[in-house]
Design a protein around this ligand. Structure first.
Ligand code: DAH
Length: 358
């Protein structure tokens, strides 16, 4: 066997035994690199006579070709091996769900509160809060409900035990005391809504001892019934997500507003199901009116200079009407099956642009 055949056989044996891509690369450099064995042989051709070159040249070129082919083959084989072992190692569990679904649900009351806040924020209102425990002055007297006023009997108030001063605090029977607290601590113009917990000693399918109200208050220098009407009509349309909805303001009485009204919306019944926005019947949804001048006076505001309007409604009732629940008590049962059915997905945050309820 000649010298070139010897080199070829040895190199090819080594190439076929290369364990990985790095070892193969080292062999390629050793044979075909600048200082490689085959390259060195090729360089010797220049010093040979024409005759010698004619004999040796083809042999060396054949050697180069054989080595190059062997490297390519080994390279391909190593790639297939690498893929096979990756496929063996990396496993995908196709039974896993593609995206975990959130399991918690937003309670309809929180959802509806967020929807209402979103609508009124767009109308320029901010959210105010008070405390659940109130005193007689803010819950009644300052709202033009003096002691012995018959309206006090309608509120079924929960009273706390008397404190050292003999004063009996109470659980607020409505969110209206926050009107007083705001007017006494802020200068007009005022535009607030007050969503919050309220308490009355009452319990049946449509009453629970704790429930939720929404209060609204606007005080400025040129506010009138037209503003009240426009504002509440905008709210009702946005909240029920219906453009055509019949509404009527019916005269009413509240001690803290004059004149006072109740807002009714049109509804109908289809297959025994209540449908908002029809014209068969009326549903009462909120109380409202122009803030009584005596209330303004009790908040040290000059009624000759300032007026405004107020409104109040039950958040739970709004939620029941919009989402078709019939028993208020279920709201407070913490029954997971009920929550999964009526609850909302945590990331479906209500926005006016993206849709309130989806
Ligand atoms: N506070 C009243 C209630 O609990 C609701 C209400 C009616 C509030 C008229 C208002 C209003 O601000 O103007 O029954």
């Amino acid at each position: 066997m000649g010298k070139t055949e010897e080199i070829r056989d040895r190199l090819i044996k080594e190439i076929e035994g290369a364990a990985d891509v790095a070892a193969l690369e080292a062999l390629r450099v050793k044979a075909l690199g600048k200082k490689g064995q085959v390259t060195a042989l090729l360089k010797t051709l220049g010093d040979l006579s024409v005759d010698q070159r004619r004999r040796t040249g083809p042999k060396i070129n054949a050697l180069k070709e054989a080595v190059t082919n062997a490297i390519q083959e080994r390279q391909a084989a190593l790639e297939i091996e690498a893929l096979a072992s990756r496929l063996l190692e990396e496993r995908v569990d196709v039974t896993l769900p593609s995206r975990p679904r959130p399991r918690g649900r937003i309670h309809p009351i929180s959802q509806v509160t967020d929807e209402i806040s979103e609508i009124f924020a767009d109308l320029g209102f901010s959210v105010a809060e008070g405390s659940d425990i109130e005193d007689d002055f803010h819950n009644f007297t300052a709202l033009n409900i003096p002691p012995e006023h018959p309206a006090r009997q309608m509120h079924d108030t929960f009273y706390l035990s008397p404190d050292e001063a003999g004063q009996r605090k109470l659980l607020r029977t409505h969110t209206s005391p926050v009107q007083i607290r705001t007017m006494r601590s802020q200068k007009p113009p005022i535009r607030i809504i007050v969503p919050g917990r309220t308490y009355r000693s009452d319990s049946d399918a449509t009453h629970t001892p704790m429930f939720h109200q929404l209060e609204g208050l606007v005080i400025d220098q040129e506010t009138h019934m037209g503003h009240l009407k426009g504002c509440l009509e905008d709210f009702v349309r946005a909240f029920f997500e219906i453009d055509e909805i019949k509404m009527r303001f019916r005269p009413s009485y509240f001690p803290f507003t004059e004149p006072s009204a109740e807002l009714d919306i049109g509804c109908s019944f289809e297959d025994g199901q209540l449908k908002i926005g029809g014209d068969q019947d009326w549903l009462e949804i909120l109380g409202c009116g122009m803030v009584h001048r005596r209330v303004l006076e009790m908040c040290d505001l000059d009624p000759e200079r300032y007026q405004g309007f107020a409104f109040g409604c039950g958040i739970d009732r709004l939620a029941m009407l919009k989402y078709g629940m019939t028993d208020l008590r279920a709201f407070f049962d913490s029954d997971l099956r009920w929550l999964r059915h009526y609850g909302f997905l945590p990331l479906d945050i209500p926005t006016l642009a993206g849709g309130l309820s989806r």
